[in-house]
Ligand binder design. Structure first.
Ligand code: FE2
Ligand code: FE2
Length: 278
């Protein structure tokens, strides 16, 4: 039987702020102009885009599954503010899944089958976890990748519909990464205040987790490098994101929690969502 806390205290102000942002900033696939003229006419470019967007669609769908799965887990842990926020995160990932599913139809292509593209599916299986902090550490890699790929696709300016999809997703991803920071920072603030050795051990386990998830990315890039280059995606920028950005974000969140527990630092004053932009 599930046991619910009778009265959520809702005292985590930063998580509550993000929850309001998550509600207020909703938008829908129906807001886009799907009748905009189709600029991508060559069969070759459609084929290439269909391959490059395969891990994107897979990523959105897996995010929808994992976020939805964590909503009851956070509830059971009485982390109600985080649970609230994840309901909006799940809506975001459902919208992203719909957008790319519809986009595949627009270019008249299908995503690659698992047997033709195992790297994309194996990467997602590395992220799955029922522990919120562990899952969020792995998600730092996939969300940072989603952010840089959306940015690159928008810059390529291939099709107004794709650019609009990517602009909207960039806004949503900044919120997701903002929550990721706040949640991990809060966890480490509590852990360091309670037991420094246990906190250091947890920090190391999350660092290993990020490394483990990152190892799943190069096979995806290798499988799609030709298509990405032809489309105009900057592979070096993606590589840099892989090597640095996700790790830096994790360190910043751990450091923030530790400093707050030791009374050295206040939570970052700048809006977390702004800080999570590329
Ligand atoms: Fe997404
Ligand atoms: Fe996301």
């Amino acid at each position: 039987m599930n046991i619910y806390k009778v009265m959520p205290d809702l005292s985590n102000e930063r998580q509550m702020r993000l929850w309001y942002q998550g509600i207020r900033k909703q938008w829908s696939a129906a807001d886009l102009d799907w009748n905009a003229p189709r600029r991508i006419v060559s069969d070759k470019l459609r084929d290439q885009l269909g391959r490059v967007l395969t891990p994107v669609l897979t990523g959105e769908q897996s995010a929808l599954y994992s976020v939805s799965g964590l909503i009851p887990i956070l509830g059971h842990q009485s982390q109600v503010e985080a649970q609230f926020y994840l309901t909006t995160w799940a809506v975001d990932e459902a919208r992203h899944t719909e957008l790319f599913a519809r986009y595949f139809k627009r270019i008249d292509r299908e995503p690659l089958a698992i047997r033709r593209f195992p790297a994309g599916y194996l990467f997602q299986s590395r992220i799955a976890s029922k522990d919120p902090a562990e899952w969020l550490a792995g998600v730092l890699v996939s969300e940072s990748m989603a952010q840089v790929v959306s940015h690159e696709l928008k810059e390529c300016d291939l099709d107004p519909v794709l650019s609009d999809i990517c602009s909207g997703i960039l806004e949503d991803e900044a919120r997701h990464l903002g929550f990721n920071h706040i949640y991990i920072e809060d966890q480490f603030k509590a852990l360091y205040a309670d037991d420094v050795i246990a906190a250091e051990e947890k920090a190391d386990s999350l660092r290993k987790r990020v490394e483990y998830v990152m190892e799943g990315v190069p096979p995806i890039i290798n499988a799609l490098s030709e298509e990405m280059k032809d489309i105009g995606i900057d592979i070096e920028k993606i590589q840099y994101t892989l090597d640095q950005v996700a790790k830096d974000r994790l360190e910043k969140a751990i450091r923030g929690g530790r400093n707050q527990a030791l009374g050295k630092d206040k939570p970052i004053e700048e809006p977390e969502v702004e800080a999570a932009r590329l």
